[in-house]
Design a protein around this ligand. Sequence first.
Ligand code: ADP
Ligand code: MG
Length: 613
Amino acid sequence: MQNILKRYFGFTSFRPLQADIIHAILAGKDVVVLMPTGGGKSLCYQVPALMREGTAVVVSPLISLMKDQVEGLVANGIPAAALNSMNDEAENLRIRSACFRGELKLLYISPERLMLEIPYLIRDMKISLFAVDEAHCISQWGHDFRPEYAQLGTLRETFPDVPIVALTATADKLTREDIQKQLHLSEPEVFVSSFDRPNLSLDVRRGYQKKDKDRAILGIIARHPNDCGIVYCMSKKTTESVADMLRGHGIVAAPYHAGLPSEERERTQDDFIHDRVQVVCATVAFGMGIDKSNVRFVIHYNLPKSIESFYQEIGRAGRDGLPSETILFYSLGDLVQLSKFAQESGQREINMEKLRRMQEYAESDVCRRRILLNYFGEQTDQDCGNCDVCKNPPQRFDGTVLAQKALSAIVRTGQQASVRTVADILRGNFSPEVVKGHYDTLKTFGVGRDVPPKDWLDYLMQMLQNGLFEIAYNEGNHLKLTDSGRDVLYKGRTVQLAVIRKEEKQPAGRKRKAMVAPRPASSPLPFTKSSMETSPALPPHGQELFNALRALRKKLADAQGFPPYIVMSDKVLQNLCDARPTTVESFGMVSGIGEFKKEKYGKDFVEVIRRFT
Ligand code: ADP
Ligand code: MG
């Protein structure tokens, strides 16, 4: 096992559970693997595929995923191929005959194709194991149900002696049990790894207006001038406007949503994978086919509808294990919108509950990672030190008077006003709703003039979170006092509020804007600029070498039509910067360099490294 790991993948040690999982498969058992995105599921079936006689058949839901996996394997000198509708007939013929001759160690295939091929191809092959990747697609409970996956239930009976491995990053128990049931697995061993992704930083920004968000996003990109990232947005329209905004600042960005023609979506995805587009602004439609390991930031422009979706989406950052940033923008407007969707959905109760949990995360004043892990059933008693709450614990003050003003305003409207209208009353704004409701005659009109409007929205959000009032989503989003709210208003109960953080909302200035020069989208390295930029993961003196290695990687990748991260991940480039091997032999010792890559790339990389030592 250890030899295979080093020889083909260049790694010296397994991650937690990988070795146990491989042992179980080698013993012929059925196995269920639950690991977070980027946890290292592929190795769990690829290593046994290389150790067992015959060909491993891997079921995958998307052609782009198959392509990515096959390219990664071939780049490590492992015979692998994918049978799918994207191949031309000649190619499929070649692959089929390679299968018959037993030349492939891994064959990737879609579920429907597999079912079609069972009587012809698969029956006559020596199968080492079946791996069902993204296995949650088989369950209606999951979020990506695929009817084609349902047929896989017959595999167990048709091939009684071949172990089946089901792999997924979807952690919830219902889905997990459903996978076992739907695949008819016989007494499977279930491996659940920690869902923690410590290399992802967590950050929530509350109550940002559009301009604040734009500024913050530009700030993040300026910190990652050479790195790719994703901005998730709630609506198609927003993906386009954010992409336009970024392009206006000379950043190579593209929108991605289900309303775009499929050719355009494919092109955008391909450009992103090959480092030709830096930022994709996308709806949730983007991501499942993306195994790109060098995504350095994921931004949520809007609140996601559940912690599951949120965790999947941020999980697309930092698959290579290097530090990566995630930021979530959270506003009351999003909450109202999502509540409306949830109320109107078929599963009202469940979706509202999921949204509430998401809201709790966004509003938390304890370590955010603890909330996430707790949600996935993992208890921790440690603060993570890598979320905004840990790094910058919220400061509190006595907000009783502010709360009383707000609650009084709510009561005086007859509990018939929305958050925005209440803020207008407090500020003394003659907005159309204020005038219409004659709220300008109330005693509370204008009593909160000293507090900026944005801050009022923030305080109101905190009061909502403290349970002082509720939003009647089914009644025009009007605010209604709760018992706690009445206690504050009439019985002198006190309220602690968090001080609003201002620092990131300051204008970031024009300096950064000038750094990002416009560049034609067709240039090979559109977002690579001078060597003065720094990647946070590297010591300053390593930066020039890192950039030189990255440029070499891009050249080698383009020559073969591979995405750069397939040639080498950012993590491996960093290992090379640390170890600075100057001979092909020592190059081969670096983690992530297997024998094949050593022979293929050693000379080129060593030559560049020598220039820096
Ligand atoms: P998943 O399918 O669970 O999302 P992958 O199988 O794509 O994750 O692996 C994510 C990354 O982790 C890949 O870049 C892979 O090379 C790396 N990786 C996996 N196992 C190891 C290991 N034992 N040592 C070092 N890197 C590993
Ligand atoms: Mg995977």
